[in-house]
Design a protein around this ligand. Structure first.
Ligand code: TMP
Length: 223
């Protein structure tokens, strides 16, 4: 695959959407072709699923129904938007991806992680981000920030214990996959976090470019 796949993850109120937008603007400014997208969403069908998932009318939704809907939305998103862009060689930046399902439905709802992994293989075909930026903040600050901007969907209405389980789930994912998942404390202001994000993504891009050069040298030495 020619493109680069970047995901942003984190609990509520970490400023993921802002950071995804700023990174997208930065990379576009450097001449790269960037697709910025989000989950659940990114396509007409996935947005309809998002509405069902986040509406306050959906209170009482069964946890397995919830898990299946997030996966359904992802499958559509990958086929319609993410894979075509990666095959064209674009940079895809998504605000949330599979790690959110592990953190919210796995650690938050206590659904078996092996079941989540099996379903993930079906909906993603094994596609994983090349780099994941995990924005971390304490739960109280995150929820307060979202209240201040009147963001209040079905998941945000969960109690504090749920959100704490989700946060520690994200931290466990980062500990398990330190190569892919880079954690940033986002208590600092937007600009300071953006600078850290750019440094991390630049580090990844430099490594990717030098690997490509090494591959080419190896090919040349074989000729
Ligand atoms: P947000 O992207 O606007 O924060 O809204 C998405 C909500 O859906 C957020 O509360 C996290 C939740 N979510 C899951 O529970 N599982 C998932 O797989 C994804 C992508 C999001």
């Amino acid at each position: 695959m020619k493109g680069i796949f970047v995901s942003f993850e984190g609990i509520e109120g970490t400023g993921k959407s802002t950071q995804a937008r700023l990174l997208s603007e930065y990379l576009t400014g450097k001449g790269l072709r960037v697709i910025k997208t989000e989950e659940p969403g990114g396509t007409r069908i996935s947005l309809k699923i998002r509405e069902i998932l986040l509406s306050l009318d959906s209170r009482g939704m069964d946890h397995v129904t919830e898990l299946l809907l997030y996966n359904a939305s992802r499958s559509q998103h990958i086929k319609e938007v993410i894979m075509p862009a990666l095959e064209r060689g674009d940079v895809v930046i998504t605000d949330r991806f599979s790690d959110s399902t592990v953190a919210y439905q796995g650690y938050g709802r206590d659904i078996d992680l092996k079941l989540i992994d099996s379903l993930d293989k079906i909906s993603t075909g094994g596609l994983k981000p090349d780099i994941t930026i995990l924005l971390d903040i304490d739960v109280e600050t995150g929820l307060r920030r979202n209240k201040e901007i009147n963001k209040n969907d079905r998941l945000e209405q969960e109690d504090i214990v749920f959100h704490q389980k989700v946060r520690s789930g994200f931290i466990k994912i980062a500990e398990r996959e330190p190569e892919r998942v880079k954690m940033i404390d986002c208590f600092d202001g937007i600009d300071a976090v953006h600078k850290k994000v750019v440094d991390m993504v630049k580090g990844f891009l430099d490594k990717r470019i030098s690997c490509k050069k090494t591959d080419r040298n190896a090919e040349n030495s074989l000729q």
